[in-house]
Ligand binder design. Structure first.
Ligand code: 1CP
Length: 339
């Protein structure tokens, strides 16, 4: 039987090797990606299934990762609520949501009709991937998607988000509830279209205190994970999750992505033996350290987990100025390591 290490591990099986893929593995650090982007806008790529599939496959063809992640963005499903989004380079919302009326105006449309290109991209990928590679779908968690919809764009402080959270928590929850329903439908539709596992990104939960996390992020992450349990393995990524790891343990997530704010050993200590851990090479080390340091750091991470229940990844997305050869050093170390 051909090994499909990433999916097999995610389903609780044993693998001889530590599976590896990188968050944001498709993107600006790749010259072949820049070539496509020189001709097409980011949204143009996402909305064209042939181009989106080509870009998704680029890092797999070059490096032979075990996973291929759909090329899209966490804001794409909000187009199916009638939100107007552009990218430069991060998401820009034409009319940020600030009032009850703005939130009432969101109307859920059929996903297969309004954003068919996402599902067509997955179908192309499914057909083109070799059986050893795992197709990964993804979505943004309700709090992170809400942060962009309210703020309108990336911000250091997300002041509008904090204001709405404090002044109109009920309204905030109505928005989170709508986005949660959207996330669940969107991720299930990805599985129907060929995605074999999923990642849920709650990047901006890093803005929250533990108390706020428990009110505005945790219940919605949990609902998405619970609803998807029977469909596909789901990886939960929360940026700067160190503060929330004890809470995350209670969620009984199957796979937790560990960022670089703590070691894999610490994460294992808090989360226990049963959970699969993903992580956690610091993207800054990958981008700027010497080859020796990159290899040493990669080995140190593998030694901490002994390769048990471990998907090798970065602590967060790959940085645009990362030299290509640095990625090969990491892959070589991970491939040498026997579980
Ligand atoms: O070419 C370009 O200029 C566009 C840059 C770009 C890319 C390559 C954006 C705009 N999105 C993406 C793809 C993307 N985004 C993927 C698929 C590719 C892959 O992983 O290989 C995924 C999973 C995302 C998810 C995403 N988008 C997140 C969650 C993950 C994370 O990094 O925390 C977030 C927060 C976004 C918002 C976003 N979209 C784009 C940018 C530059 C950003 C970040 C902006 C910000 O800092 O707020």
């Amino acid at each position: 039987m051909i090994e499909k290490p990433l999916l097999q591990l995610a389903q609780g099986g044993q693998t001889a090797q530590v599976p590896i893929w990188f968050m944001r593995q498709a993107g600006r650090y790749l010259p072949e990606y820049q070539e496509v982007r020189a001709q097409h806008s980011f949204l143009g790529v996402c909305q064209n299934p042939e181009l989106a599939a080509r870009v998704s496959l680029q890092p797999w063809k070059r490096f032979g990762f075990d996973g291929v992640i759909l090329f899209s963005d966490i804001l794409i499903p909000t187009l199916a609520l009638g939100v107007e989004v552009d990218f430069n380079p991060g998401p820009i919302i034409q009319a940020p949501l600030r009032t009850a009326q703005d939130i009432r105006n969101l109307k859920a449309q059929d996903l297969f009709e309004s954003i068919p290109y996402v599902f067509q991209t997955l179908q192309i990928l499914k057909a083109e991937l070799s059986p050893s590679a795992t197709l990964i779908g993804f979505g943004g968690a309700p709090f992170t998607v809400a942060s962009y919809l309210i703020e309108g764009r990336h911000s250091e402080e997300f002041l509008h988000v904090k204001k709405l959270m404090k002044e109109a928590p009920v309204l905030f929850h109505i928005l989170l509830d709508k986005l949660c329903t959207l996330s669940i439908h969107y991720l299930k539709a990805q599985v129907q279209s060929g995605a074999e596992m999923l990642q849920l990104f709650d990047t901006w939960a890093s803005l929250l205190s533990t108390e706020e996390y428990l009110e505005f992020a945790y219940p919605y992450e949990k609902r998405v994970l619970d609803e998807l349990k029977m469909d596909a393995p789901v990886i939960l990524f929360v940026k700067e999750s160190k503060r929330f790891l004890k809470e995350i343990k209670k969620m009984e997530a199957q796979i937790v992505s560990v960022d670089s704010s703590l070691s894999m050993r610490e994460a294992r200590g808090i989360l226990g033996e049963k959970v699969i851990l993903q992580g956690n090479l610091d993207p800054k080390i990958l981008a700027s350290a010497t080859p020796e340091e990159i290899c040493r750091e990669t080995k140190a991470i593998l030694e901490q987990t002994k390769g048990q229940g471990h998907i090798f990844n970065l602590g967060h997305g790959i940085l645009p100025h990362t030299p290509l050869e640095n990625i090969s050093y990491v892959l070589e170390e991970v491939r040498k390591f026997k579980v």
